[in-house]
Write a protein that binds this ligand. Structure first.
Ligand code: FAD
Ligand code: NAP
Length: 547
């Protein structure tokens, strides 16, 4: 580690926190404005999510022809996705290809965690300090630190004394893990758990799944990429990308629903759900009718269809009932996609344990124990227990201003942003897909590109008008937060205890964080804000620079 005290601060136009898909695109886009930029990445490689989440079965759940960058026409033509949904190694290979192809690595500093970011108002600069002891001074700071980048292991007593090995899905060993002949416990049945459970079950001597909340999962129906599908998609790529911009999830290719689920009879509805079930993919299913995410009675029909599928697949009726989600409407927690998830519970070496009725009390030297005293002997424990989502990465950084504002305090009651892009009182700090943005409810690379483009345009606008400071007004921030809440309250989303609500982290404020008004509506709004001279923002020229 370099000696902290004697290093000369590095001066940049833009400091970027994070070297995932967002950080990399930010380098590319901001460099084109002639700016000096550099990204600081805690990991030892680029790729973010796809660098860290190497658990068995990790892959995207949005088709790869969509879940990929759109900013370069040749890139999207050249890259060949071998399967309908890219695996983690394939996506990581793609990200590394992008880093090389656009010469991004020279502006990424790996193995460097940003510890603090202080806005020095007099100098009109962000002063960023890293765990390697460096100081960076930059006019603008772009937080591209990720929404699902702070892995969360629950505070179970006794973990340190466990004699076996334990893992978290988001911190998976690079060399992989061989579960052969082991008694394995997986805690958690969100998207990560649902992807890894079928594969671990094939390897392990015995697998026990500890489930607190049953999640809805649909078949992914992954296949090798059909050549004709790839050809047709690539022939229309620009039009398809443009069409995706006009949809709520930033994913094109699905006919827009026109009817409520309650406008048709049960036979017609079930036929529609069956066809979506066979097609695979979550957007298609949720897009079967106009009102599945806003009308409980409509949603009940879609939820019950999937519950009945689970009952039909899983042979043991007690296990099937435990797996059939009943405490939230389908789609209000992230809808999982799987390959043979429910089928896995028909294996003789797999058991499901309900830890809602009998929670995990502690980890023992040889396994774990529930509150009732029931004990399980385990050689390995896998925590598929998720992340401190949306605010975790930013709250781990000491973000403050010389005027005394502290981000953690500003967000004590839940995150406050304007457009999910900026925070009142924290000038020149941008967030990519932050709370209050639709990011996590969309094909995220589309949101990342839209956010970064908006940020780059704003910085360019400032430069062209001899301005150098931008921040949202407190009023614009509070109106946006109210709007985000109002929109959420008009949907079924708040009915679920999800990470969208911070419900997975004990003590975290229960606030619905993403904007669920749709990517299309959000993008139009952001464009209008910019076109109207950045309405809701104060743009200024810093006095000492002007003097
Ligand atoms: P990240 O990829 O999270 O990158 C952020 C980076 O910032 C990380 O590498 C982290 O190490 C770094 N960082 C954080 N704090 C600091 C700090 N203080 N100092 C330095 N570096 C820091 N989205 C979809 O749309 N479709 C999918 O199918 C999909 N699948 C997913 C599967 C998994 C397993 C997970 C966890 C997420 C998935 N997502 C998916 C969401 C995914 O996070 C985004 O699609 C996208 O990869 C986010 O990119 P990002 O660059 O914004 O953030
Ligand atoms: P998650 O959805 O938050 O799931 C965590 C699981 O752990 C939940 O089942 C949760 O139960 C359980 N859990 C947490 N604490 C527990 C405790 N103390 N005791 C028992 N169970 C506990 O996390 P994730 O599966 O890692 O997924 C996070 C997000 O990443 C997804 O929603 C998605 O956006 C993204 N992702 C996508 C894919 C993909 O398919 N492409 C794959 C993985 C992740 P509760 O529900 O009761 O809290």
């Amino acid at each position: 580690m370099p000696d902290a005290s004697h290093t000369v601060p590095r001066h940049l136009d833009v400091a970027i926190v994070g070297g995932g898909l967002a950080g990399l695109y930010a380098i590319h886009r901001l460099r084109r404005l002639g700016l000096r930029v550099r990204a600081y990445e805690a990991g030892s490689g680029v790729g973010g999510t796809w660098f860290w989440n190497r658990y068995p079965g990790a892959r995207c759940d949005v088709e790869s022809l969509e879940y990929s960058y759109s900013f370069d026409a040749e890139l999207q033509q050249d890259w060949k996705w071998p399967e309908r949904y890219g695996t983690q190694p394939e996506i990581l290979k793609y990200v590394n290809h992008v880093a090389d192809r656009f010469d991004l690595r020279r502006d990424v500093q790996l193995d460097t965690r940003v510890k603090s970011a202080l806005f020095d108002s007099k100098a009109n600069e962000w002063v960023i300090k890293t765990d390697t002891g460096e100081e960076i001074r930059a006019r603008y700071c772009v937080m591209a630190a990720g929404n699902l980048s702070t892995p969360r292991v629950p505070d179970f007593r006794g973990l340190q004394g466990f004699n076996g090995k334990w893992y978290h899905s988001g911190l998976w060993p690079h060399e992989g893990v061989d579960f052969s002949d082991l008694r394995v416990g997986v805690i958690g049945t969100g998207s990560s758990g649902v992807q890894m459970i079928p594969i671990i079950a094939e390897q392990a001597k015995h697998l026990t799944v500890f489930q607190r909340t049953a999640n809805f999962s649909l078949p992914a129906r992954n296949v090798p990429m059909p050549a004709e599908k790839e050809r047709a998609h690539k022939a229309q790529y620009p039009a398809r990308r443009a069409a995706a911009m006009e949809t709520p999830f930033a994913i094109g290719g699905y006919p827009k629903p026109t009817r409520s689920a309650l406008e048709v009879d049960k036979a017609e509805r079930d036929a529609a759900y069956e066809s979506k079930w066979q097609e695979g993919g979550s957007i298609s299913y949720l897009y079967a009718y106009t009102d599945l995410l806003v009308n409980k009675a409509s949603n009940d029909t879609a939820s019950e269809f999937v519950r009945n599928k689970i009952r039909a697949i899983v042979k043991d009726p007690r296990t099937a009932e435990l797996l059939a989600p009943k405490n939230h409407p389908i789609g209000t927690k992230r809808l999982c996609l799987d390959t043979n998830y429910y089928e896995t519970y028909n294996r003789p070496n797999v058991a499901l344990v309900d830890v809602r009725s009998d929670p995990i009390d502690r980890i023992t030297e040889t396994g774990l124990e529930l509150e009732s005293g029931t004990a399980f002997e385990l050689d390995a424990i896998v925590f598929a227990t998720g992340f401190d989502a949306m605010t975790g990465a930013l709250n781990e950084i000491d973000v403050a201003t010389s005027g005394g504002a502290v981000l953690r305090q500003h967000w004590e009651g839940g995150p406050l942003t304007y457009l999910g892009l900026m925070v009142a009182g924290f000038p020149n700090m941008f967030i990519v897909t932050g709370p209050g943005s639709p990011g996590v409810k969309t094909q995220m690379i589309a949101s990342i590109e839209q956010h970064v483009d908006w940020i780059a345009d704003a910085i360019d606008h400032l430069g062209r008008h001899q301005l150098d400071r931008i921040e949202p007004t407190p009023q614009a921030e509070s109106e946006w937060v109210s709007h985000v809440n109002q929109v959420a309250d008009s949907t079924l989303y708040p009915l679920a205890n999800s990470w969208y609500m911070g419900a997975n982290i004990p003590g975290k404020p229960r606030v619905f964080m993403p904007y669920v008004g749709g990517f299309d509506r959000y993008k139009r709004h952001c464009d209008a804000v910019a076109a109207q001279g950045y309405q809701g923002f104060t743009l200024s020229r810093h006095e000492t620079v002007a003097a």
